[in-house]
Design a protein around this ligand. Structure first.
Ligand SMILES: Nc1ncnc2c1ncn2[C@@H]1O[C@H](COP(=O)(O)OP(=O)(O)O)[C@@H](O)[C@H]1O
Ligand SMILES: [Mg+2]
Length: 366
């Protein structure tokens, strides 16, 4: 379902500390109705804390949360109409599939035929029809996760929150449940927020990704913009597979740059995009935007092949450039490990402030 940009969920300046640990440093985020938003970041960056505050399972120290135009900060969790799925499904082992799904309805006083209809619909949505009488132990991990999804959506939630719902599944199941979650979102149009530390999961599922680090949202954008226009060096180094290498570049004399101790005279288009000030900055080099060329090619960076990973359809070539290292994605064979090569850039890479990591726009500076 298409998302709109009108804020449906509005989180403003939410702060949360656990004793000495600051988990959220004033997080603001708006989510459009029907959008699939992914909170992406390393373990410990505050994703679950933010999700629990939205759900009402934790209280923020300060800040405000509005849902569909109304403040929900004061509402207890069960009155927020939010569906929740955690990584460890938390199913009741002694209850059947149908009884597990019924649980959320009982709490809201929905019983009898109305409940039976809803349970049937929810189980059909996650393709578990026919398994109503099974116990969780008689289901695969992927099916158990779908019961947890059915239990979350059966209440007709205003918001669906998923905390690392795929991380307990093996790789094969993970990709099939990933597709199911995407299809469930398309069928129901439920505004969904999912937490993950897996950038591939985020890129494939999200309409919008919020990249988090150390209790802050660094960038909230479409997957395309997160990849193409990273607002911070960390974002560039967190998305892509393998992700972009961050290399430090220093200005030398006469248009020559120093990259890890190796002299580099960049092509004109790259030179024009580099900031005149400061003298040192960080450049993000994506494996798929680099090519192995002869060491003497104009504009190429000179380096030495450290190792080559053969992946069938392509090779990942690890190239040492002085003290820095980049990865080059190569379709064809390249010279041997230890060989001297040139690394050519396709296009102009994003440039960041070496200290703050903040993006510097092309050709800016005095
Ligand atoms: N109950 C708690 N008590 C103390 N510290 C906590 C608690 N829960 C989380 N933290 C800390 O808060 C930070 C954010 O945690 P969390 O929101 O769980 O991160 P994530 O879900 O991104 O892995 C981490 O440093 C974590 O150790
Ligand atoms: Mg977590």
């Amino acid at each position: 379902m298409a998302s709109t940009d009108a804020p449906y969920l509005a989180i403003s300046d939410v702060r949360k500390s656990y004793k000495a640990t600051v988990a959220l440093h004033g997080v603001s985020l708006t989510v459009g109705r029907g959008a699939f938003t992914v909170l992406l970041g390393e373990s410990g960056c505050g994703k679950s804390t933010l999700l629990k505050i939205i759900a009402g399972l934790l209280t923020a120290d300060s800040g405000a949360i509005g849902l569909d135009g109304t403040a929900i900060d004061g509402l207890p969790a069960h009155r927020r109409d939010i569906g929740l799925v955690f990584q460890n499904y938390a199913l009741f082992p002694h209850l059947s599939v149908a009884e597990n799904v019924r649980f959320g309805l009982d709490m809201r006083g929905i019983r009898g035929d109305a409940a039976a209809t809803r349970i049937r619909e929810a189980l059909a949505l996650v393709k578990l029809d026919g398994l109503e009488a099974r116990k969780p132990a008689e289901l695969s991990g992927g099916q158990q996760q779908r019961v947890a999804l059915a239990r979350a959506i059966v209440i007709g939630p205003r918001l669906l929150l998923l905390d690392e719902p795929l991380s307990n599944l093996d790789a094969v199941l993970r990709s099939s449940v990933r597709v199911e979650i995407r299809e469930l979102h398309q069928r129901t149009g439920l505004t969904t927020i999912m937490v993950t530390h897996d950038q591939a999961e985020a890129m494939t599922l999200a309409d919008r990704i919020a990249v988090m680090k150390d209790g802050r949202i660094l960038q909230h954008d479409t997957p395309e913009r997160i990849y193409e226009e990273p607002a911070q060096a960390f974002v560039a180094s967190f998305v892509g597979s393998p992700p972009a290498a961050l290399v430090r570049v220093r200005r030398g004399e006469g248009g020559v740059l120093d990259l890890g101790g190796s002299a580099w005279r960049p092509p004109d288009a790259v030179a024009a995009a580099l900031p005149r000030d400061p003298a040192a900055f960080t450049v993000a080099l994506r494996p798929e935007r680099l090519r192995i060329v002869s060491p003497d090619s104009p504009g190429a960076i000179r380096g030495r092949i450290r190792s080559i990973e053969y992946l069938g359809a392509e090779r990942l070539v690890y190239v040492d450039i002085g003290s820095e290292r980049v990865i080059v994605r190569s379709a064809g064979p390249v010279s041997d490990e230890g060989g001297e090569v040139g690394v050519a850039l396709d296009g102009v890479p994003p440039v960041f402030d070496a200290k703050t990591g903040v993006r510097i726009e092309a050709g800016s500076g005095p």
